[in-house]
Ligand binder design. Structure first.
Ligand SMILES: Cc1cc2nc3c(=O)[nH]c(=O)nc-3n(C[C@H](O)[C@H](O)[C@H](O)COP(=O)(O)OP(=O)(O)OC[C@H]3O[C@@H](n4cnc5c(N)ncnc54)[C@H](O)[C@@H]3O)c2cc1C
Length: 482
């Protein structure tokens, strides 16, 4: 029998590409030979990662950065020789705001992690009333929850820091990342760190303060990174570098080929051959298969193998959103835009989820005489706006900017990017559902799911999960049940 094992990775977004990259590493470590094919319905690799270069403007249709605190993103950039392309956010104007009750309020640095870096500006910002601040401080005294049951993001933070701090400050920062509804989101699946802090320190604030002290006294090697980082010419460079490296490693790419169906055959107890049926009428037969497609696509593919897994996967909802990039002559908007931009609490009932002053936040995104803005709309319960055509959508977004921060000028460049069913929602019970999906798929050794739909939507989460998927495949192919 040949020692060559065959693997197909379906989905060439960051999850699938990272899986293919890690497969090569794990296979080399295990001393097995793998022939890997990556298949994607789109002829363009990278999935949600889409950078546009328009004249001197660099716009990101999807993600525009990733968290540096989760190491998988930086590590992958390092392995691909991209470290010298990494850029920090602009240190000179790192103010972020929240829109609340008719005006923008400054969020002090560090607020993203609940404990403000500087207490003075936070107290003076007027974002919270004195009663709201006092209630937030009660987090130090409110006893930790005993039951291990999942809780919504909203219920968790209302219980810990009170309604006002949650609605005006944390909801837009946290639920906004998922374009989700905090009343439905699982805190355990989206922000497990806060649950751990509550359990360990009896208080989220105390836990955050302890963690901050520990991290500021820890020695950091390497260049200083801001909380979010990006690549100088856009995140598509990460995709291009991955595709280049994988091609060099002999991995086959089949773009513009949707997988229509899966079949499975067994010729030995516990061992399977997966037949991947492509929409061009061809088929691939492989020993192991990674589905790095959105959960609702994977649901249809696995349904004939296990209707239970198919049904559970289908229960992971996805929200639709749009990003609207607009470039203005800098002089026409002077004074209106400062810092990095602002987020908008759901309770405000506005169309905008957030707006980023892209060219103030990042260097190299627009020439100095222009201001590049990116607005974010849609999300759970707010998707009706996506029914508008581009012209009407842009008019609505411009009206929001005019009333919220006085940007009334005519943009010189406008770009609308729609993301239908793009953002997975980790609703209450998500982690339990994942366990059930694993159990339902357990008889199909070598069939592994990865992607944003399961254990983290951020780019570093997807890279890390792809590496775990690759490890599972290699263990299976080398004969060890994972
Ligand atoms: C607007 C927006 C902004 C975001 N901002 C950030 C950010 O700033 N930072 C951050 O870290 N994250 C951000 N995210 C989240 C992050 O970009 C995504 O979670 C991540 O890129 C998803 O990667 P993925 O590979 O799991 O899925 P995808 O990128 O969706 O890739 C799945 C792939 O599967 C393919 N496919 C689907 N069906 C089939 C089929 N039948 N056959 C073959 N192929 C198929 C698709 O074509 C696609 O290429 C953002 C997401 C969006 C939408």
């Amino acid at each position: 029998m040949s020692n060559l094992r065959t693997v197909a990775v379906i989905g060439g977004g960051i999850s699938g590409l990272s899986t293919a990259y890690a497969l090569h590493e794990w296979a080399a470590a295990a001393g097995i030979s793998i022939r890997c094919t990556v298949v994607d319905a789109s002829p363009v690799w990278g999935g949600k990662i889409v950078t546009h270069q328009v004249g001197d403007l660099v716009t990101e249709a999807g993600p525009d950065s990733f968290l540096s605190q989760k190491p998988a993103g930086l590590e992958l950039c390092d392995k691909l020789g991209l470290s010298n392309q990494l850029i920090n956010t602009n240190e000179t104007s790192k103010r972020a705001c929240v829109y609340s009750r008719g005006r923008l309020h400054e969020l002090p640095e560090g607020l993203v992690v609940i404990v403000p870096g500087q207490l003075g500006p936070f107290l003076r910002s007027g974002l919270l009333s004195w009663a709201g601040i006092a209630r937030m401080g009660l987090d130090l005294a409110v006893p930790a929850k005993r039951s291990p049951e999942d809780e919504s993001l909203a219920a968790f933070f209302r219980r810990r820091v009170g309604r006002q701090a949650f609605e005006r400050m944390l909801e837009p920062l946290m639920a906004g990342i998922y374009a989700g509804d905090a009343e439905q989101m699982s805190v355990q699946a989206t922000f497990p760190r806060f649950v751990e802090l509550e359990q360990q320190y009896g208080s989220v604030i105390r836990g955050m303060m302890t963690a901050r002290k520990a991290s500021s006294s820890a020695k950091h090697s390497g260049p200083k990174r801001t909380m979010f980082v990006s690549l100088k010419n856009g995140l598509s460079d990460l995709v291009a570098a991955l595709v280049h490296r994988l091609t060099d490693q002999g991995i086959t790419f089949r773009g513009g080929c949707a997988v229509d169906a899966l079949r499975v055959r067994s010729h030995q107890l516990g061992r399977w051959t997966y037949d991947v049926i492509l929409n061009d009428g061809s088929a691939l037969s492989v020993d192991s298969l990674v589905l790095a497609t959105p959960a609702y696509v994977s649901a249809e593919l696995v349904r004939p193998l296990t209707p239970i897994a198919g049904g559970l996967l289908e229960m992971i909802p996805y929200a639709s959103t749009a990003t609207i990039a607009m470039a203005y002559p800098r002089a026409a908007v002077s004074g209106a835009a400062e810092g990095f931009g602002f987020v908008v609490p759901r309770a405000e009932g506005r169309d905008l989820i957030a707006a980023t002053w892209t060219s103030l936040k990042w260097p190299h995104r627009a020439p100095p005489d222009q201001l590049l803005i990116r607005c974010y709309v849609g999300g759970v319960g707010r998707e009706a706006i996506l029914q508008l055509d581009d012209q009407a959508l842009v008019a609505r977004v411009r009206a929001e900017l005019a009333s919220m921060c006085g940007v009334t000028a005519e943009p010189g460049y406008v770009e609308v990017n729609r993301w239908m069913k793009a953002m997975p929602q980790y609703t209450l019970g998500h982690l339990e559902r994942l366990n059930q999906i694993e159990a339902a798929l357990s008889r199909y050794g070598g069939l592994v799911l990865t992607g944003a739909g399961y254990r983290g939507v951020g780019i570093p989460d997807c890279i890390r999960d792809g590496a775990i998927a690759a490890e599972r495949v290699v263990r299976y192919l080398s004969g060890e049940r994972s």
